[in-house]
Design a protein around this ligand. Structure first.
Ligand code: V47
Length: 374
């Protein structure tokens, strides 16, 4: 049984009342994982019932050359590094064509902050992909990249976003948020967009009609207070714009980074973060598990801790694998659906904007229905 104090916070959340900063801290400091999970799952059921979403996507990282060189990143490198690569437009098209037979509905594109490439390189890639693959949604460029494109082009952030949108950009991923804290960014990633700049880019994107996701990279030098403050900043912006589609907690993978002496968060902490995120972010419909980072077993358990979305089939993941992830780099759609079914949920294939593509009921999995519940 949960303590009376914890119980009152959990009941508050389950009855739809907004949790305070102190409530959030109490949840994070609690070791009663199962009570947190039960409440988070109850809230998940209120939002999406027994449906668990997944999508079929292909990750493309255009370059690993990066001027930011964040201490937590093992993917980026300098121009002279033997690992350095930059894709040409034709390389990107080849990767895209190779991914088509898996039935992808999304290209997910994030990259390093390259010192020399002009903004036109990125806009051309979006335009060429969209012209060739009209029906595939392009989710690309973190708020950090958008701010960088504004810096290198001399254009205002809004103009960068407008040009990319007219080239075919459909929405933005949630990366680059790390922890929205000046202390943490000064320490780990001082060269890139600040917390305020990240939020301003997202606000601008939402205003011009681009939806986005949001992430939090946790488990390094971050404190409980900083984690909760991060969630509150996202919750405040969501109140204002409604433009966030999902929140994805990302556990830090230390291998091959400047913080390699640290330990990756373990299952207990990962599950707690999913539950606390679900309980604090009352205005987010979707809490997503990126199974590449937590592994398939934790991703499956997360479906009882507030998560309603599994990302994704993810052909070709590079960022976490550079930092030592032992997970596969892709999963077949059937395996993903089996994981969802085994947890007592109903697999629902969605597109990037959460339009339901197929509901796979147990009985009619050969003839999927197209009923929507959003
Ligand atoms: O921005 C970098 C993080 C992000 C490490 O929006 C690391 O749907 C762990 O944002 N250990 C890229 N994390 C991934 C990302 C993402 C993934 C899946 C779905 C979506 C979405 C977004 O990964 C980076 C950074 O925050 N990261 N290095 C590391 N060593």
């Amino acid at each position: 049984m949960a303590s009376a104090h914890l119980d009152s916070i959990l009941q508050k959340a389950v009855s739809g009342k907004r949790l305070s900063r102190d409530d959030g801290l109490s949840l994070l400091r609690s070791s009663d994982l199962l009570s947190l999970g039960k409440a988070a799952h109850a809230v998940k059921l209120q939002k999406t019932g027994q449906q668990v979403f997944f999508n079929v996507n292909c990750h493309i990282n255009l370059t690993n050359i990066c001027v930011s060189r964040c201490k937590f990143c093992a993917f980026s490198c300098g121009k002279e590094d033997a690992r350095a690569y930059t894709m040409t437009v034709e390389d990107v098209m080849e990767r895209a064509r190779a991914a088509l037979p898996t039935g992808i509905t999304e290209f997910h594109i994030v990259s390093g902050l390259h010192p020399d490439l002009p903004f036109s390189y990125y806009a051309d890639i979006i335009k060429t992909l969209k012209t060739a693959f009209r029906d595939i949604h392009i989710q690309a460029f973190t708020a950090v990249e958008i701010k960088y494109f504004a810096d290198i082009s001399g254009l205002p952030v809004e103009e960068v976003l407008v040009q990319l949108k007219s080239a075919g950009l459909g929405s933005m991923p949630g990366g680059g948020a790390e922890v929205l804290s000046t202390r943490i960014r000064d320490e780990l990633c001082p060269k890139k967009a600040s917390a305020d700049e990240w939020l301003k880019v997202m606000k601008c994107a939402h205003r011009i009609g681009l939806k986005s996701n949001a992430t939090m990279l946790y488990g390094h030098i971050d404190t409980a207070e900083e984690r909760i403050d991060h969630l509150l900043k996202l919750r405040d912006l969501q109140d204002e714009t409604g433009g966030f589609q999902s929140f994805i907690p990302l556990p830090f993978h230390p291998a091959n980074t400047e913080l390699s002496y640290m330990q990756k968060p373990r299952a207990y902490e990962e599950l707690k973060l999913y539950a606390v995120s679900r309980l604090m972010l009352d205005n987010f419909t979707h809490i997503k598990a990126f199974w590449i980072m937590v592994g398939l077993p934790v991703a499956q358990l997360a479906l009882k801790f507030g998560v309603d979305d599994l990302d994704g089939t993810v052909a070709e993941e590079k960022i976490t694998h550079a930092a030592g992830a032992q997970t596969a780099t892709a999963i077949a759609k059937d395996d993903l659906m089996r994981m969802i079914r085994e947890s007592g949920n109903i697999p629902v294939e969605r597109d990037t904007l959460y339009k339901v593509l197929k509901v796979y009921n147990e009985s009619d999995s050969k003839q999927p229905s197209t009923t929507s519940r959003q």
